[in-house]
Design a binder for this molecule. Structure first.
Ligand code: IMP
Ligand code: MG
Length: 183
């Protein structure tokens, strides 16, 4: 894929992630937190964010898959892209969430389907609190009303890769967040 264009530099990401870490440290002062990373896109964000949070913490990971993949980054899924369960659990968390402070860590909040599904699933485990940390947010794409509690950057409706985000599993290892150009 030709000509990826940098949208957010590694330096901008590092600065913002450290601000989010400071916010979480302040909001949960004196308490413990569980970071629940959504595989695979959030792995890099989680590892950087967690190191900026100066609290007792544990990690966990959860896997989800939306039925079907986008045929291209700029095309919608062909069918059934509605609010009634196009998301499926592929890996559950390993530890109990009951009475814990849970922070779900996600790469990007797009239509809101994935995080709405995960929020409902995890709320049923009766955590003490459940917060959402999303590195990126595309508010113009939202299909279900949902806001992140800790959001790195609001971005326009572009398909982005890097810093954990993929297109067909590639580009996750780019240090900057880049836009995939429209054909
Ligand atoms: P949602 O359920 O529509 O909010 O989608 C969230 C998921 O879609 C994210 O976890 C990403 O895996 C994927 N996604 C949405 N937008 C992008 C993008 O611009 N680049 C890469 N993945 C994206
Ligand atoms: Mg993805």
């Amino acid at each position: 894929m030709a000509d990826l264009k940098v949208l957010i530099t590694r330096a901008e990401i590092a600065k913002r992630v450290s601000e989010l870490g400071a916010d979480i440290t302040r909001d949960f002062a004196g308490q413990s937190v569980i970071f629940v990373g959504v595989l695979k896109g959030a792995a890099i964000f989680l590892s950087d964010l967690a190191r900026q949070v100066k609290l007792d913490s544990t990690f966990d990971f959860i896997g989800v898959s939306s039925y079907g993949n986008r045929p291209s980054p700029h095309q919608e899924l062909k069918s059934g892209w509605d609010s009634t369960g196009e998301v499926r659990l592929t890996k559950d968390v390993d530890q109990s969430m009951k009475d814990k402070n849970v922070i779900v860590v996600e790469d990007i909040l797009d239509t809101g389907l994935t995080l709405t599904y995960l929020k409902k699933l995890l709320m049923a485990r009766q955590p003490r609190t459940l917060k959402i940390a999303a590195l990126l947010d595309k508010p113009s794409r939202r299909k279900l009303p949902l806001e992140g509690d800790y959001v790195g950057f609001k971005i326009p409706d572009e398909f982005v890769v890097g810093y954990g985000l993929d297109y067909a599993e590639r580009y996750r290892n780019l240090a900057d967040i880049c836009v995939v150009p429209r054909e």
